[in-house]
Design a protein around this ligand. Structure first.
Ligand SMILES: Nc1ncnc2c1ncn2[C@@H]1O[C@H](COP(=O)(O)OP(=O)(O)OP(=O)(O)O)[C@@H](O)[C@H]1O
Ligand SMILES: [Mg+2]
Length: 370
């Protein structure tokens, strides 16, 4: 007699959670991405014990209809794509339909939501270990609030691998900082155990977010980048040589607002700054490349931490010229040298490679409490 069985739903969700939810910062990432996809202009994040015992995210986005609340926690349930074809053109942060199911399988989750145009009351649902404990109408403001408690309470192996509270807090703070930088039009607030760690106004001015995160010296040492290269648009800021640091933690790259850590992008920056920085110093930059979604594959990893470019060489050139152009227009450099131009041409010959995004920098961050 055979002994192969189909796994039950909770086991399947816990396996998926193993890939999607590595630590509390992954929960914050998934929930905040949902808030962004819902069109929120204000997102409040509150954590306790490094997010292990408590995470609360409140957004003023479009909300969820009562009929959709329970199904949102089913695996492969999404409002963001309809067919495999849509994977070629993903315009939202989420699309896999598994984050909420994964989180609910390994924690206690409460969600309350009210649609923006709703006549009726809001709705609330409580789940634990994937089971619905409570659901029903609930008076609440428009938008969505989700509370996640006791993460990994039923997955002791994963729980054991968590670091100390302050390290887990650091991972969350790093993530929220990057998020604030690439979304200056969203008012973001992070509270850790009653203390406001980060707060941005959401006025759409990147320099103000940079000021909120890094302070005056950095805010005064940057120039804005707005550069179109073929079908790509590079937007953000680059630092003057005076604010260069001795490591690359202040170089941040985003592709369609998704954070990526990528050698091609950092080597384009290095080339662009050639001759301007002493050896061992690295430029400050926060750059978002907007490109057609069909030219970047975001469905590479369950945690969506990797992307693949169709034309890597062009992406290199876009970053290189965007920085070079900004430096030139602020008279920090003269015309580009010929040999550098040649390096750029060679880069275009290269094939597509995988780009990985590492979500943390060991809990160390340069955030500033305001
Ligand atoms: N804050 C929110 N506001 C409005 N709708 C939400 C919110 N959070 C979740 N949803 C709804 O619940 C659905 C399921 O969310 P979930 O995060 O599990 O999947 P997803 O975002 O579609 O894909 P992914 O697994 O890649 O994140 C979403 O598609 C969305 O319709
Ligand atoms: Mg999601």
């Amino acid at each position: 007699m055979g002994n192969i069985v189909l796994l039950d739903e909770l086991t399947i969700n816990q396996i998926a959670a193993g890939e999607v939810i590595e630590r509390p910062a992954s929960v914050v990432k998934e929930l905040v991405e949902n808030a962004i996809d819902a069109g929120a202009t204000k997102i409040d994040i509150e954590i306790q014990n490094g997010g292990i015992s408590y995470i609360r995210i409140t957004d003023n986005g479009k909300g969820i209809a009562p009929d959709d609340m329970e199904i949102a926690f089913e695996r492969h349930a999404t409002s963001k794509i309809r067919s495999a074809e849509d994977l070629n053109n993903v315009v939202t942060m989420g699309f896999r339909g598994e984050a909420l199911a994964s989180i609910a399988a390994i924690a206690k989750v409460e969600m309350q939501s009210r649609k923006q145009d709703a006549q009726e009351e809001g709705y609330k649902i409580v789940l634990e270990g994937g089971n619905v404990l409570e659901k029903g109408e609930y008076g609440c403001p428009t938008g969505t609030t989700i509370v996640v408690q006791n993460l990994f309470y039923n997955t002791p192996v994963r729980y054991k691998f968590l670091k100390k509270d302050y390290t887990e807090s650091g991972y969350i703070e790093d993530y929220v900082t990057r998020l604030a930088l690439v979304n200056p039009n969203i008012a973001i607030k992070l509270i850790n155990t009653g203390k406001t760690i980060l707060q941005t106004t959401g006025d759409g001015i990147l320099k103000n977010s940079i000021y909120a995160v890094y302070g005056k010296e950095v805010a005064e040492g940057i120039e804005e980048v707005n550069y179109t290269y073929e079908d790509m648009f590079v937007k953000g800021v680059v630092g003057k040589p005076e604010i260069a640091r001795s490591n690359k933690t202040n170089q941040m790259y985003f592709v369609n607002k998704r954070y990526v850590k990528d050698k091609t992008l950092s080597s384009a920056t290095e080339q662009a700054y050639k001759g301007l920085l002493p050896i061992g110093k690295f430029a400050f930059c926060v750059l978002n490349i907007e490109m057609p979604p069909s030219k970047v594959d975001v469905n590479v990893h369950p945690a969506k931490l990797e992307v693949r470019f169709e034309e890597e060489g062009k992406v290199f050139k876009a970053i290189y010229h965007a920085i070079r152009n900004t430096l030139l227009s602020h008279e920090m450099i003269k015309e580009p040298e010929k040999n550098l131009q040649k390096t750029i041409e060679n880069k275009e010959e290269q094939k597509t490679v995988s780009v990985s995004a590492i979500p943390t920098n060991q809990g160390k961050s340069l955030r500033r409490t305001i």
